[in-house]
Write a protein that binds this ligand. Structure first.
Ligand code: IMP
Ligand code: MG
Length: 180
């Protein structure tokens, strides 16, 4: 089956929204010396652009969680496959995610990071597939809300493919999974 992709967010739309989020975060976190915690792998491009849109430097760390395997549906079972490395107790944390679907990943990581005793913990995601939510997660900063579909590009992958596209596309796999 041929894989068809359709443009959803072009470079200009992404750049404009990231600049807006950067300005908002610069206001909200000024003087707080926050740590931005990116969720690997998907958030690496969004995080890279976001920190460069800030008016001051921040510290950066990463976690990695796995749920999907090669499929496009969350199993709801999340594993931590890489933990943070900075001491985060008493720090102001911003968890940076690429896309929120059912919400299982962020629910898990929020609990995990809260157990480290941060001064605050907020969440910033590029894309919110709000209608697909199964577990309530407070999203403090949202780039775009989309109804659903499976998206690739700008860090988002389909079985490790299409992650490095500079724009975001919806992929129609004709019922097939993202197996590489
Ligand atoms: P959740 O746990 O169901 O909210 O799924 C969130 C995780 O699944 C994200 O960290 C993404 O890596 C991945 N994911 C969810 N939807 C998409 C998508 O449309 N494209 C690529 N990855 C996705
Ligand atoms: Mg991810």
């Amino acid at each position: 089956m041929e894989t068809a992709i359709r443009l959803i967010l072009d470079r200009e739309a992404l750049a404009r929204r990231v600049a807006e989020l950067g300005a908002q975060l610069s206001r909200d976190y000024r003087g707080l010396e926050p740590v931005f915690v990116g969720i690997l792998k998907g958030a690496f491009i969004f995080l890279a652009d976001l920190v460069r849109a800030l008016e001051f430097p921040v510290e950066v760390d990463f976690v990695r969680a796995a749920s999907y395997g090669a499929g496009t549906e969350s199993a709801g079972v999340i594993r931590l496959t890489k933990d943070v490395e900075l001491p985060l107790a008493g720090r102001h944390l911003l968890l940076v995610e690429d896309i929120v679907d059912a919400g299982y990943t962020l629910d898990f990581l929020r609990r995990h990071l809260n157990a480290l005793g941060p001064a605050s913990l907020k969440i910033c995601c590029l894309i919110d597939k709000r209608e697909r939510r199964r577990v309530e997660v407070p999203l403090d900063y949202v780039g775009f809300v989309v109804p659903g579909g499976f998206l690739v590009g700008y860090g988002l992958d389909c079985g490790e493919k299409l992650r490095t596209l500079p724009e975001v596309y919806a992929v129609d796999m004709g019922g097939e999974s993202c197996t590489p």
